[in-house]
Design a protein around this ligand. Structure first.
Ligand code: DGJ
Length: 616
């Protein structure tokens, strides 16, 4: 065993050693239960138990390889590390599973719903983490999406610094949270701003996209072999380290790059790119896009017309990211995905891309809805193409969900904003997870109220990092968190349906065989008619537990049941208010009388009902 390996073991095991010094007290049903510290309810840092601070056990020192230490010290480290490894139970690697057309993320061999939250772009540094964990506690998230910055990870070519990743692993475990790591590398919102300094200083080697006039733009070239080689090696190093350091599977998935592509209707015009653009479209692309294959082989312009630039650029970017992903997956097969910028699924044309009509408007480069099939064949190591869904209207929001929920693509919403009721849309579309962006407390009171422009002028992320921004999601997460495993399982089994309020639709009907569930909004009296809420804000989930028994939960709505048979009338047999704990429904009380005569009312408070119905 080399010293490098021994030292790596030690770094790997430090969090595990720390974890074993703590006892488990949190209410969060985290399956990867390493012992942890007590969590105060005021959202402050956990109080260390046994006189030991878990945070201090985190290897915040540089995790770089140090050469020349004595063999004797290495041996001591090695034995310590090996002893620690023996204590960490290796859990199954998280994986995506498809059954009967539905998807689930399996964690510890059972469906898991990512009640996620993504931190702000610059919050993934150890010094900032004390402002991250309280926000997760406040919001009741079970998984944090947090960036790993290439510029930090590889400060010198080939020299990898694991210290920040190790801090994330250790502290996430202490706070009983899972992680989704975001690999901010070649692309971050179409730019190369997270590449290491040594790359930025050599732009002639790590090249940019050049436009039609030969001018470099602020976006990396997908044809740059040196960048690809460096990114693939660094990503493989990250995944190799996770494989070794995370037997607990704290990390569930990794996002490869962030909103890749190039803003606008742009492709690379470098000589290599131009040659390929003028050449034949590869057969697998023709097939994936249902374009007829013919001789002589048509070029990109012939096949895709006004969408040629975008199709070509997506193919180029997908091939690059596919190779980065494959390099990582070869060493550690965690689920990998890429996120699509919101503009892409709002502005791109739909499947008729091979017979395009009017020229299309693309605000962002990739992976737009019409080119998902190109991504699937060019980047098979990616498990998912996932929409960053920032639509503020129901129709737009649902459209993005519908586009990316495919037989070959599990739906995951890695970034979102807007109304918390959209959570129910995502659930209703079979999503494996949902993750609002900008969740941490890094900017509390950063913008004094008096200095603010009018609310409507603020972009959605202008208030991120504040309690007021996080607060609207908290009731929904508080509702789901105790039963997230049950929700994931019921959705995977096809027993769950969920809806949210849409403007002008005061009642929605969910069909469950012999029963219809109606979800109505703005019913102000016991036997009143639904008028819709003053603004859309309601949402509900209904899951069939048995033939005549349902799990019902939601906000700002009334749920009722109707026998599908026209000659039968619904009678509530038993309406139980309760809560889930460790997978078991815990009865609190029976609801009846004013609470059920007109139907089952849900307001701003989290409420979970188990409802048994019969007919008369
Ligand atoms: C989408 C990006 O993916 C995020 O990293 C962030 O930049 C948000 N937009 C908005 O700030």
């Amino acid at each position: 065993m080399t010293f490098r390996t021994l030292l790596s073991f030690l770094l790997i095991c430090s969090p595990a050693l720390a974890g074993h010094r703590h006892r488990r007290t949190s209410r969060r049903p985290w399956a990867g239960a390493e012992p942890v510290s007590a969590k105060p309810s005021d959202g402050s840092q956990p109080r260390p138990l046994c006189g030991h601070s878990a945070l201090h056990s985190v290897p915040l020192r540089k995790g770089r390889i140090v050469r020349g230490t004595s063999g004797c010290l290495a041996l001591v480290f090695g034995f310590t590390a090996l002893a620690a490894v023996a204590q960490v139970k290796e859990r199954p690697v998280p994986r995506l599973v498809k059954k009967d057309g539905r998807w689930a993320l399996f964690v510890d061999d059972a469906p898991y719903f990512i009640l996620g939250a993504q931190v702000n772009n610059s919050s993934g540094w150890p010094a900032l983490l004390p402002k991250v964990w309280p926000a997760m506690e406040f919001m009741d998230a079970n998984t944090v999406e947090i960036p790993v910055y290439w510029e930090q990870f590889e400060p010198q070519p080939g020299e990898y610094d694991y210290s920040v990743v190790d801090a994330l692993l250790a502290q996430a475990r202490t706070h009983r949270l899972h992680l989704v790591l975001l690999w901010f590398a070649t692309w971050k919102n179409g730019n190369p701003h997270y590449i290491p300094e040594w790359m930025k200083l050599a732009p002639e080697r790590y090249t940019h996209v050049v436009d039609g006039n030969g001018i470099p733009v602020d976006s990396p070239s997908p044809f740059c072999a040196a960048s690809l080689d460096a990114d693939a090696k660094a990503f493989a190093a990250l995944m190799r380290h996770l494989k070794a350091a995370d037997a607990q599977r704290t990390v569930l998935m990794v996002q490869v790059e962030n909103e890749p592509g190039t803003g606008g209707n742009l492709r690379d015009h470098s000589p290599e790119a131009q040659k390929l653009f003028d050449g034949p479209v590869p057969d697998d692309v023709l097939k994936a896009m249902h374009a007829p294959s013919r001789a002589p082989s048509p070029n990109w312009r012939d096949v895709f017309g006004p969408d040629a630039e975008v199709c070509f650029h997506n193919w180029s970017v997908a091939r690059y990211i596919g190779q980065v992903a494959a390099a990582g997956k070869a060493v550690y097969p965690l689920p990998l995905y890429v996120n699509a910028a919101p503009g892409t699924h709002r502005c791109a044309v739909l499947p008729e891309s091979v017979h395009p009509g009017a020229p299309t408007r693309y605000e962002d480069g990739a992976p737009s809805d019409n080119v998902v099939p190109i991504w699937k064949i060019a980047a098979p190591a990616l498990d998912m193409i996932s929409p960053d869904d920032y639509a503020t209207d129901s129709a737009g929001y649902i459209r993005a969900l519908a586009i990316y929920r495919r037989g070959d693509n599990a739906l995951y919403v890695p970034e979102t904003g807007g109304s918390p009721r959209f959570f129910f849309f995502a659930l209703g579309h079979g999503a494996i997870g949902f993750s609002p962006f900008g969740v941490d407390f890094t900017r509390i009171k950063a913008i004094p109220d008096a200095a603010r422009p009018k609310e409507e002028l603020l972009t959605p992320w202008a208030r991120t990092g504040t309690k007021e921004f996080v607060a609207p999601f908290a009731p929904t997460y508080a509702l789901i968190a105790p039963m997230a495993r049950e929700i994931a399982r019921l959705n995977f089994e096809g027993k769950l349906q969920a809806v949210a309020e849409e403007q002008g639709t005061p009642t929605q009907t969910l069909r469950f065989g012999a029963w219809d569930a109606t979800v109505s909004y703005g019913v102000w009296t016991r036997y009143g008619h639904p008028a819709g809420n003053p603004q859309p804000m309601g949402g509900a989930l209904v899951a069939q537990l048995k033939d005549n028994q349902f799990l019902v939960a939601g906000f700002y709505c009334r749920v009722d049941f109707r026998a599908a048979a026209p000659d039968k009338r619904r009678q509530f047999l038993r309406v139980e208010e309760g809560t889930y704990k460790d997978g078991v429904f815990k009865f609190i009380r029976l609801l009846n009388g004013d609470q059920t005569d007109g139907g089952l009312d849900f307001s701003s408070e989290p409420l979970v009902l188990r409802v048994s119905v019969t007919t008369y």
